[in-house]
Design a protein around this ligand. Structure first.
Ligand SMILES: *Cc1c(COP(=O)(O)O)cnc(C)c1O
Length: 306
């Protein structure tokens, strides 16, 4: 396989503002979104050990799952193209060739649409067996890269971070795979806050707890459920205005599904004096900007990165 990016080279971007200084809060953004133009953000980390395992098992094809705008589908198609795998995307819902899927196809991914109803069975053993048979024994990666090897890869997100420099870590949460990896690798003194991008996300607490290895019981982590903005892929005017303002002020594009909500939540907690003065926060930019192409024209400048 081709070498993976050097994760220790990921850049931080400190946010400098009079307001943050007056609160005596420092925030730095870890720009995973700039890791690779197509294999964006946390998705590279989740794929890394899965692709290595697929190679070990001598599989030539990767099969995975996602929606028509999925960052995971986009990243998997690009990573498989780069590493010489064929790829199959089991896509939820109606046949709709979004820019995400057009690009995935151009990278060699074969999209296979199934109904939302059928998609609900994506983790069922019987359904998986059927797919393995139908698609000639591919290596299966669950939706969102959510498995033990995905977590293993996410433990490398902080490879270039000197954790002593930070008191808090903030990260967006979908499946919780990324957060689990971060909790595993975090120093015991650091406080980790996950911001679920979906509504009714309480189940994630037990899921993440179950994903952690035993020696993490003393780690300080929590999920803040207050910033889902109506649910997965939903947004409110307050959120979209925030994303525009954030770009104007710091020149960092955020996606409206994950990182916009995480950053809004972080800033709002600063506003409400949640963080003690002197806090040094590391906000993880998990990427996902390609998904902004689903937004109206005025937002599209945010989908390219910078
Ligand atoms: C997929 C994704 C997440 C969610 O990661 P999980 O490991 O599923 O919690 C967060 N941010 C962005 C930008 C993503 O694309």
């Amino acid at each position: 396989m081709k070498p993976f990016p050097d994760y220790s080279q990921i850049k931080f971007q400190p946010l400098s503002s009079v307001w943050l200084s007056s609160k005596e809060i420092e925030i730095a953004v870890l720009r995973l979104d700039r890791l690779h133009p197509e294999i964006s953000g946390n998705k590279w980390f989740k794929l890394k050990y899965n692709l290595e395992e697929a190679e070990k098992q001598k599989k030539s094809t990767i099969l995975t799952f996602g929606g028509a705008w999925s960052n995971h589908i986009a990243a998997t198609a690009a990573a498989c193209n780069l590493q010489g795998f064929k790829s199959i995307g089991i896509i939820r819902g109606e046949q709709l060739l979004t820019p995400t899927l057009v690009e995935a196809k151009a990278k060699g991914m074969q999209p296979h649409f199934i109904s939302r109803e059928a998609y609900r069975r994506k983790d069922d053993e019987g359904f998986i067996r059927q797919l393995v048979h139908e698609f000639d024994d591919p290596y299966i990666i669950p939706e969102g890269g959510d498995n033990a090897l995905g977590i293993k890869g996410c433990k490398e997100i902080l490879a270039g971070v000197n954790q002593h420099e930070f008191s808090h870590l903030c990260c967006a949460v979908g499946t919780g795979t990324t957060l689990a990896g971060l909790i595993e690798i975090a120093d015991p003194g650091i406080r980790i806050i996950g911001f679920p991008a979906l509504k009714n996300a309480k189940y994630l607490i037990d899921k993440i707890r179950g994903d952690l290895s035993k020696n993490n019981e003393s780690k300080s982590w929590q999920l803040n459920m207050d910033y889902h903005f109506g649910g997965f892929a939903k947004a409110t005017p307050a959120l979209t205005i925030f994303i525009h303002h954030f770009y104007d002020q710091y020149h960092i594009p955020l996606d409206f599904i994950y990182t916009g909500k995480m950053m809004y939540g972080t800033m709002d907690l600063v506003k409400n004096n949640y963080f003690p003065s002197g806090s040094r926060i590391l906000a993880i930019h998990t990427g996902g900007l390609q998904g902004n192409r689903s937004l109206p024209e005025t937002y599209k400048y945010l989908s390219q990165g910078n």
